[in-house]
Ligand binder design. Structure first.
Ligand SMILES: [Zn+2]
Length: 700
């Protein structure tokens, strides 16, 4: 059991590193905003905390895209790194340190981690099958190869099954590998590689997972992996871009990107200490192990990530830390994704609200922060839309929060020149104490959304309080009672300023200034919510303004036009070469027509027939395959086809299809396949006949 926040020991909050491979959109920003909110909230409750991150510069997608653009990977990645450094502050995301994985600190830190794994005998060498492009005679690490996930049968890219079961894939695991360099089928060749023996940490990880705090998805999802047999992690790749493996003579091996990426959390914290001094913040107190070998201890390490990288942070990463006798994560907070108008973002189709679009809209960054933080539970997917933003802003920020603040502060300034001379009432003091408690509980329960709700709930109370007491009716006849109500309202406003700072830092600062308070609101702690307000302050201004309908219509129109333009471009084949490949719907990208022509004679060698499906059943143990009996007139054939998940097998008998009848026989999953059915695209749209051609009729 961990001690509650705030603790004596310092804490660090990290965010999953952005991959320096493309522009950021408002979907990406959810993790960073959430991390920023959480770190600010820890700070408010008096926790010594650093908030760090950095750009992930290595790995194959960057190498692939840099090569396509004809620049070296470092130049390519640095451009995005610099862009990210500028973008985060535009959303009030303020890291204490923002480094990158290719800098000297991280290169040294990574190599020292790996050296200590070697010294502690957790690394071994093994010959493995590596995908290889025969035409260009080069190995195909990670994203240079695409194929089928061996676990779920979905299309998988390199080291992850990003469209299917989300599993990490080891080299050699991907089935039916295709080279992304030439589009050819890849071969597998034997190469020696280095492995981190994860099985050394199995027992440790099983205990670790019981200690781990954070969101339920992060605590539960890893159990399946940790309780089963742990597969050792290949930590090297055959490529040049990356951090060199620190061993003896393996000069053509670099470390796998998932080795040096999380180590950047440590490196970035170290850089922060180097800047402010260990007196103020000591990275070693946080990261080094000050406990025992089986139960490491140190500072409070909190990782904020997207839920697609839970395995990396709850299995690989704690093992990597343990292997070098460092402290372990206290909590992992895994947030859901962001959808755009109810559908996934698609950067390749330009179906995205880019960070720069939001900035250009002129809307305050705090509005986005509020929308994304309170739009759903942290672990659930959240929807971004301009209409949704408008609704939340107009109803909650303008209608509830802004309304309470403006009416009460205006009344206070007009009638009393500031805060009336009275003490705060017991009722209001107790209500603020409840809010402070709820705030502290949200921090300790890792509920980011709760942090956004607290100030709005308090404002709701304020509106109800002022309505119930009607100070405008009291002011002439019962001046003391009126002063009491307004005194309470100013206290509520001050409490709201403090409690809204994590989610709405810019607006909180503005409110702080309106209240005539000195200093930076980022330096006060939650108890300040109960300290006496300043006696005088200026006439307030409205903190939030309505987003008008025509503004939203304009923003929607711009987005729609862009999506349409991108779709048209795509149809003409002039798709942006830099488009990120992380989207779900690239399936519509058409392959170019084959260059090589075949003669009619060659075509005639294929014996293509009309067939009728007699029966269709799944093949046990195979994710995609189905066994069909197909009547092709002269005989009935057994054909194996990868359509199990794509069609309702029971509905198929009686369906006319088209079959290549003279293909060599093959065996798939131990089942003989005598022929091949024709189907279009990844959804396996079955080819059929338009008229009533009988089974066995030749297709020509
Ligand atoms: Zn999968």
């Amino acid at each position: 059991m961990h001690e509650e926040f705030p603790t004596e020991t310092p804490a660090v909050v990290t965010c999953g590193l952005p991959y320096a491979n493309g522009d950021l959109h408002v979907g990406h920003l959810r993790t960073y905003v959430s991390g920023d909110v959480y770190a600010r909230a820890l700070d408010r409750i008096g926790q010594n905390v650093a908030f760090v991150c950095g750009s992930d510069m290595h790995g194959t997608p960057i190498a692939v895209n840099a090569a396509e653009e004809g620049v070296d990977p470092e130049t390519f990645a640095r451009r995005y790194h610099e862009q990210y450094e500028e973008t985060f502050p535009e959303f009030n995301v303020e890291f204490d340190n923002y480094g990158h994985t290719h800098d000297e600190t991280n290169t040294e830190m990574t190599r020292s981690f790996v050296r200590s794994w070697i010294d502690n005998d957790h690394v071994f060498e093994k010959e493995i099958q590596v995908a290889w492009d025969a035409e260009t005679d080069q190995p195909l690490p990670d994203r240079f190869v695409e194929g089928t996930c061996p676990y779920c049968g979905e299309k998988a890219r390199g080291d992850e099954c990003d469209e299917g079961c989300q599993r990490h894939l080891e080299p050699g695991e991907i089935e039916d590998p295709i080279s992304t360099i030439t589009g050819n089928a890849a071969e597998y060749r034997t190469r020696p590689h280095k492995f981190l023996r994860l099985s050394d940490f199995q027992e440790y990880l099983q205990e670790f997972i019981d200690r781990l705090e954070g969101t339920d998805n992060a605590k539960n999802q890893p159990r399946e992996w940790i309780e089963g047999e742990l597969q050792d992690l290949c930590i090297t790749r055959d490529m040049e871009w990356g951090i060199d493996y620190p061993g003896e003579e393996e000069e053509d091996l670099v470390l796998y990107v998932w080795v040096d990426a999380p180590i950047e959390y440590v490196s970035s914290t170290k850089q922060y200490t180097e800047r402010v001094g260990a007196e103020e913040y000591d990275w070693e107190a946080v990261w080094k192990n000050h406990g025992t070998e089986t139960e490491p201890d140190g500072g409070e390490i909190v990782h904020v990530i997207g839920h697609d990288i839970i395995q990396h942070h709850t299995v690989f990463w704690p093992a990597m830390l343990r292997g070098t006798d460092f402290n372990e994560p206290r909590a992992v907070m895994a947030c859901g994704f962001v959808n755009l108008d109810g559908k996934a973002f698609s950067t390749s189709r330009n179906r995205a609200v880019w960070a720069s679009d939001y900035v250009d809209s002129g809307l305050d960054p705090d509005l986005y922060r509020y929308h994304i933080v309170t739009g759903s539970e942290f672990t659930a997917d959240v929807n971004f839309s301009w209409d949704g933003l408008q609704e939340r802003v107009n109803n909650e920020l303008v209608g509830t929060l802004g309304n309470f603040l403006y009416r009460s502060l205006l009344f206070a300034e007009r009638n009393y020149g500031g805060t009336p001379d009275a003490g705060v009432s017991e009722e209001v003091e107790a209500r603020i104490e409840t809010a402070i408690e709820a705030f502290g509980e949200a921090v300790n329960d890792y509920r980011v959304r709760g942090l956004g709700r607290v100030p709005v709930e308090l404002a709701k109370f304020g509106n109800e309080y002022i309505q119930r007491n009607e100070p405008w009716k009291l002011v002439d006849d019962e001046p003391e009672a009126a002063a009491q109500v307004i005194r309470d309202c100013v206290q509520l406003a001050k409490a709201i300023a403090v409690l809204m700072e994590p989610v709405l830092p810019g607006k909180a600062e503005a409110l702080w200034n309106q209240l005539g308070e000195d200093g930076d609101i980022g330096d006060v702690d939650v108890e300040t919510a109960l300290s006496a307000p300043k006696a005088t302050f200026e006439e307030p201004e409205e903190l939030f303004e309505q987003i008008e309908d025509d503004r939203v219509e304009e923003l929607n129109r711009q987005l729609q036009e862009r999506i349409e333009a991108a779709t048209a471009d795509e149809a003409e084949g002039s798709r942006d070469a830099n488009a990120s490949e992380t989207d779900e719907d690239t399936a519509a990208d058409l392959e170019p027509i084959a260059d090589d022509r075949v003669s009619f004679e060659e075509f005639k060698e294929l014996d293509i027939r009309v067939g009728e499906i007699v029966s269709a059943e799944p093949i046990e143990g195979a994710d995609k395959l189905a066994k069909l009996e197909v009547d092709i007139g002269l005989e009935t054939r057994q054909i194996v086809a990868g359509i199990k998940q794509l069609h309702d097998l029971e509905a198929l008998p009686g369906t006319r299809i088209v079959v290549v009848a003279n293909l060599e026989k093959s065996e798939l999953f131990g089942v003989e396949s005598d022929g091949m059915l024709l189907a279009a695209g990844e959804e396996a749209d079955l080819l059929t006949t338009r008229g009533d051609a009988e089974p066995g009729t030749k297709v020509q």
